[in-house]
Ligand binder design. Sequence first.
Ligand code: PGA
Length: 307
Amino acid sequence: MSRRFSTRPRFQHHENRRILSFASGSAQSHLHAMSQRTPYVAANWKMHKTIEETERFLADLLQRRWSRTRARDVGSEDSAASLLPRVGAKEGVEVVVCPPYPSLKTAVELCAQSRVRVAAQNMHEEESGAFTGEVSAPMLLELGVDAVVLGHSERRTHFCETDEALARKLPAALEAGLEPILCVGETEAERDADATEGVLLRQVTEDLTGVADPNLARVVIAYEPVWAIGTGRTASPEQAREAIELIRRTVAGRSADAAEEIRILYGGSVKPANAVELMAEPGIDGALVGGASLDPGDFSAIVEACG
Ligand code: PGA
């Protein structure tokens, strides 16, 4: 992928925030802070975890909420394996869990006293109508959901999600007050054919068409190379950085301010073992985590690496 930026984003950690600076050409000494972006980590559970498993995963067992709701006693082993005691009060990083629809209400209730927020994995762009099997933004809002994953590659591949549909879904989500987490990324064949840049440009440009410039920074973008999702193959930190730089430049083509503010995550086989290295890369503002987010210990470790 070519590097067309004449300026390079640089980051430093400061009070749990990443401060974005741009070096103007070679004038490295004239760095100036332009934006602060809070790191963002989302757990994409896909079609995993029943309501009971969601309760077990999230429950703050010190308060015995889980045992009360299920009228069952639980041991200290479960307590150690639940998420909220580990990251529920963590500051300096936004943590989001994305359960399947049936578990959303339970997740919202259990996360209510914590800093962890809840996202759905998809939504329809219409508020209501004859769309059997679909769920709308107002329905998600009513449940207390804060955000929604849109355009995940599994939806693009298995459920024919198109850029045209996404161009309608993104403004619909924002209008309703949901934070969209837009996924983009190239397939292995596209990377091999040197088409990565074109694919990302097309997806970012088309999917954000309906979002007004002042709202662009309310979107979170996840760069997820399809060949790295669920495969155990992770993009190298450099590959992830280059793709994310391209995405940020594309957003900058619409609004320089939004490009500084918008969070761009990496997703694709993120694990505790590679999270620190990936998150050290300039411009990577967090992670969208699939497989490793199913285990509270692994996910907490990734949250730590991002914070
Ligand atoms: P993975 O999934 O971490 O299992 O690769 C990431 C995703 O699909 O969002």
